[in-house]
Write a protein that binds this ligand. Structure first.
Ligand code: AGP
Length: 610
């Protein structure tokens, strides 16, 4: 997730671009840059760091470029470390083209090899740079036709903005998947990844459609589809104030991030399941022989990441038959675990900076284990320490309560488990295919589930005054129960306990009485009937039951006071959708209590102390 801004008009572009980037910094802040057409050339200023660093670089360039056409970018690294050479805009060999890009070009390696063979020289490690060289390679064709061709060639979700020195009054942009909006002014036109970047200049905005190509000039905007047919923009007047526009019109970042989950999942899956439903994880820097030599796996993590790790234990053990131990990082690092050079230790962390998890993987590495980090932040401390890094690609998460990064961690662990099973020959191709198909269906399933978010939140608000909540699940639903309880604790300040449903009879059932709410995660699985029996036990002691059930489960519905329905999925895939009603449940209660969901008391997004 990166931020793009563009301006074409008669005013100096520089301050418009820089101010726009400051409004887009929430989308990424690894590096920033601008390109401005200045006479017959393009001036580029870019730097690692934040927009503030870009402003210093521009000042050091003596104010640099004075033109009225330009593009800017703030980066959240996916391909290539967050250093200046990988900052956008990227240029071609002759510096006549500049490109900004958001998203992932999945086939960039192949395009890059072809361009190198044709004599182009690359100066960055990004996937983006291929676009600049493709523009150069396609010669003097109109820029709009070139961009259409590039959109045909490039695979994946992407939004791009392109300027060329020989077209001094033109920006051409296009999108597929990644967001892009255009703004209409008098004698000027604007481009951005998100509305806040241009809202101070115009309130007349249109969303660019998928596979549409946009030409922006001072005189206006024209849009075509990939076949060159004209597309009429749907222009609307935006009434939001700037602050709510930064949250995309949502009340809070947490809710925005809940709604971003389909896109976050799509990006995390990009390139990892091919059209034959084979799993690819080239970032796992292990030969098949080395992967087959692993005889034990540990997962270490904290908080929500620990719950994703617990799901990973179920998936890896079931699919690979490797034994997996799961540890809270702050326990692992001091308990003298038995590790050797045949042990894989997976450190899971959204931030990649959590002190306990970082120390745990450093400890594991010192014992000779092979360390894999999974994180959402490129080049974070854990990414630098680990032997291999698997990134979730959820985009920056600002709400303290993790939501979109959690579902991405779940799918990434499912992918890793299937990949290990595939190379170890532990699963046949047909089973891998069934699982891979189900994983691929998740972004759409989550999208559809979120269409019912208001209903789920309405149901949840009935429990605003609840004091005691148990979240129960068995098997792979147990980590989801733990996660549901953590969400409710951290943002709604309700005492909530996540427990294995079958364990209640060994003590905690003594706490069940009228007024206690039990949230049962009882999606279809080989333990479904047993979970329902445990729910019966709660009901018999006068608990109220809110249940997460698979669509069509009339047996479960019969027991429940309230039901949140989720779509059918294989048992080990189902947690990804099952957690979403629980995120909405905690969110709705927190809001009903008038609490600050994005910044709950006593908590920090990243915990870099022991
Ligand atoms: C998640 O909602 C929490 N805020 C918290 O438990 C978090 O998951 C934990 O601190 C670990 O963070 P990490 O994933 O960045 O390592």
């Amino acid at each position: 997730m990166c931020g793009i801004v563009g301006y074409v008009g008669t005013k100096p572009a520089q301050s418009i671009l820089v101010n726009g980037l400051a409004r887009l910094e929430y989308r990424g802040y690894d590096s920033a840059g601008i390109a401005i057409i200045d006479g017959s050339k393009i001036g580029v200023t870019k730097t690692a760091g934040r927009v503030a660093d870009l402003i210093s670089s521009i000042a050091a360039d003596q104010g640099s470029y004075t033109g009225s056409v330009g593009i800017g970018h703030t980066r959240w690294a996916t391909h290539g470390a967050p250093v200046t050479k990988n900052a956008h805009p990227h240029s071609d060999c002759s510096q006549n083209v500049a490109v900004v890009h958001n998203g992932i070009i999945e086939n960039y390696m192949q395009l890059r090899d072809e361009l190198i063979a044709a004599g182009h020289t690359f100066t960055s490690d990004t996937d983006t740079e291929v676009v600049a060289h493709l523009v150069e390679q396609m010669g003097d064709e109109p820029l709009e036709i070139i961009v259409r061709n590039i959109m045909e060639k490039a695979e994946g979700a992407l939004a791009i903005g392109v300027v060329r020195a020989s077209d001094p009054d033109l920006i051409v942009a296009a999108r597929r998947g990644s967001p892009l909006v255009i703004g209409f002014g008098d004698g000027e036109s604007f481009l951005a990844s998100d509305i806040p970047a241009i809202l101070e200049h115009t309130r007349r905005i249109a969303i660019v459609g998928d596979d549409n190509v946009v030409s922006l000039t001072p005189g206006g905007v024209s849009i075509t589809d990939l076949a060159g047919n004209p597309v009429e923009p749907v222009v609307r007047d935006i009434e939001w104030d700037l602050e709510s526009a930064e949250r995309g019109g949502y009340d809070d970042f947490m809710l925005k991030e809940i709604y971003e989950q389909p896109k976050a999942l799509t990006d995390t899956l990009a390139g990892r399941i091919d059209d034959h439903y084979r799993i690819h994880l080239p970032e796992l820097d292990l030969t098949p022989r080395e992967a087959r030599a692993i005889d034990k796996v540990f997962v270490v993590a904290c908080g929500t990441s620990y719950h994703a790790g617990l799901m990973a234990k179920y998936a890896i053990e079931r699919w690979t038959r490797l034994p997996v131990e799961i540890d809270i990082a702050s326990e692992f690092r001091y308990r003298d675990p038995v590790l050797d050079d045949r042990t894989m230790v997976i450190g899971m962390s959204q931030s990649g900076e959590t002190a306990d998890t970082l120390a745990a993987i450093e400890y594991a590495q010192a014992q000779g284990a092979y360390v894999v980090a999974t994180t959402n932040v490129v080049d974070s401390s854990m990414a630098r320490v680990a032997d291999s890094v698997l990134y979730t690609r959820a985009g920056p998460e600002i709400g303290v309560a993790s939501t979109k990064t959690f579902v991405c961690q779940l799918v990434l662990m499912q992918i890793l488990a299937l990949y290990l099973a595939q190379i170890r020959g532990a699963l046949d191709g047909a089973t891998v295919e069934v699982m891979a198909k189900s994983i691929r269906a998740l972004p759409d399933q989550v999208e559809k589930l979120l269409e019912r978010a208001d209903d789920i939140m309405e149901q949840a608000r009935k429990y605003t005054d609840v004091k005691d909540v148990f979240f129960l699940g068995r098997g792979v639903s147990f980590p989801i129960a733990l996660e549901g309880a953590l969400k409710l604790k951290e943002i709604a300040y309700v005492r909530a306990e996540g427990y294995p449903a079958g364990e209640m009879k060994h003590g905690p059932i003594a706490l069940i009485e009228k007024g206690v709410l039990v949230v049962g995660v009882a999606t279809k699985s080989h333990l479904h009937a047993k979970t329902l029996s445990n729910m019966e036990e709660m009901k018999a002691r006068a608990a109220t039951l809110f249940m997460v059930l698979t669509e069509g489960d009339t047996e479960g519905q019969r027991l429940a006071d309230d039901v949140a329905w989720v779509p059918p999925a294989p048992e080990l895939i189902a947690p990804v959708t099952a957690v979403i009603p629980l995120q909405l449940f905690a969110y709705a209660i927190s809001k009903a209590k008038g609490l600050d969901v994005d910044k709950p008391r006593n908590l920090a997004k990243t915990v870099t102390v022991e």
